[in-house]
Design a protein around this ligand. Structure first.
Ligand code: B12
Ligand code: SF4
Ligand code: SF4
Length: 343
């Protein structure tokens, strides 16, 4: 049955499928220490749900196995060139195409129903980034890779440009061999390249310092001390993965829905700062970017414009929103104008 499920998974477009048991006791202590340090910042949902996070059987009754899935999203474009182009805004490679939450969940639901057609009724629940699920430790147990010093899961063949999803189930499937080796060795490129020094120790990320957190999760003002370091990153950050030697040989995703839409990989900052709410929603339709909303989009872009090379075009774009009705946007525009004038 596990062979059948795995080949079904491949037919559904997943790049790897592995099976893990539900013993996450090795992770729970580290997770709690991480919370105690306050590294989760304003992500209050990380505190909720108590021990259901490391006891899958408590989250979904009778769960004894977790079928883990991995799907590559690397678009195989010149990400570094985009990052080096200060007039353009850099969007994380994961967010250029269709929102993975929707795509992965829909696909896992279909797959779970197909299994039901094959074997009859069984207990299951699907997840993708959705609930108190320790996706990386589960995938590591399912034999898909190791957690690198940048804290993403790395697969020795495919690097780290992939999403994770799971099916919790009561089926007594045979488990795969966990990856126990750490192939980071003495490398520390991700730690050294991080613009905001967010990887505070190998394998430990302080989310409060991470640009991905600032541009996507944080609902309030971006702390001033991180704004310059943000550069032109307007949605998420890829630097720690771009330098990782394991990503050198990443293959382009097989999923055309993950390829860039609406030129989101070539966004001119001044132009996209003029988008009104309607344009923002239409340009980001179906994309994960839409989740942050127009106001936070403008907040992020204002910071990037402040960091752009000095130009009248940039100053004019900023001035057009100097008195924005959103106090959040207006404050970031003000900061950005001061940056431009200081250059
Ligand atoms: C919260 C969250 C974030 C937060 C915090 C990130 C983090 N590292 O935890 C923020 C907003 C910063 C974030 C950013 C990103 N995220 Co995110 N995120 C999550 C989420 C929802 C939970 C992760 C979690 O539980 N963190 C809590 C801490 C405690 O976990 P941890 O850092 O992994 O720590 C573990 C290990 O490092 C280890 N550990 C800790 N200390 C020590 C010490 C030693 C000595 C050792 C050996 C180990 C060790 O144990 C810890 C507990 O398991 C998951 C989805 C999910 N439900 O799992 C996606 C997820 C991890 N994110 C994902 C992605 C794609 C990203 C970004 C790449 C997006 C982007 N381009 O901007 C960045 C990457 C930033 C980075 N360097 O990690 C993918 C990762 C896929 C992969 N290949 O691993 C996931 C799995 C979503 C998905 N379904 O695909 N994310
Ligand atoms: S995503 Fe960016 S800011 Fe966050 S740890 Fe990686 S390099 Fe640092
Ligand atoms: S850059 Fe080096 S240290 Fe960081 S995750 Fe990749 S191999 Fe590990």
């Amino acid at each position: 049955m596990s062979h059948q499920i795995k080949s079904l998974g491949v037919n559904f477009g997943f790049d790897q499928i592995g099976i893990a048991d539900t013993d996450l006791s090795a992770t729970s202590e580290k997770y709690q220490q991480w919370l105690e340090q306050g590294y989760h910042g304003e992500m209050d949902y990380m505190i909720k749900h108590g021990d259901t996070r490391w006891q899958p059987g408590k989250l979904v009754e009778r769960t004894i196995r977790v079928i883990c899935f991995r799907i590559n999203y690397w678009p195989d474009d010149d990400a570094q060139a985009e990052l080096d182009h200060p007039e353009n805004g850099y969007v994380s490679r994961y967010a250029l195409g269709r929102d993975y939450h929707k795509l992965v969940r829909k696909r896992l639901q279909k797959l779970a129903s197909r299994i039901e057609q094959m074997i009859g009724e069984y207990g299951y629940r699907i997840f993708c980034d959705s609930a108190p699920v320790l996706e990386k430790p589960l995938a590591q147990k399912a034999g898909m890779g190791w957690i690198g010093k940048h804290t993403n899961l790395i697969n020795h063949k495919d690097g780290s440009w992939f999403f994770l999803g799971e099916i919790y189930t009561d089926l007594p499937l045979p488990v795969d061999t966990p990856v126990t080796d750490d192939h980071c060795g003495s490398c520390r490129r991700c730690i050294d390249v991080c613009p905001t020094r967010a990887i505070v120790a190998p394998y430990v990320l302080d989310a409060r310092k991470c640009i991905s957190y600032h541009t996507i999760e944080l609902k309030t003002a971006i702390p001033v001390e991180f704004r310059k370091a943000m550069g032109n990153r307007i949605y998420g950050c890829d630097d720690c993965q771009l330098v990782c030697p394991w990503n050198k040989f990443s293959r382009q995703t097989r999923e055309i829905d993950f390829l860039p839409r609406n030129n989101l990989n070539k966004l001119n900052l001044s132009d996209s700062f003029q988008w009104n709410r309607v344009t923002f929603e239409s340009k980001t339709e179906g994309s994960a970017i839409r989740r942050i909303g127009h106001e936070r989009w403008l907040r992020n872009l204002a910071v990037a414009l402040g960091n752009a090379d000095k130009s009248d075009l940039v100053v004019d774009a900023l001035k057009s929103r100097e008195h924005d009705s959103s106090a959040l946007v207006a404050e970031h525009v003000n900061w950005a104008l001061n940056q431009q004038l200081d250059k």
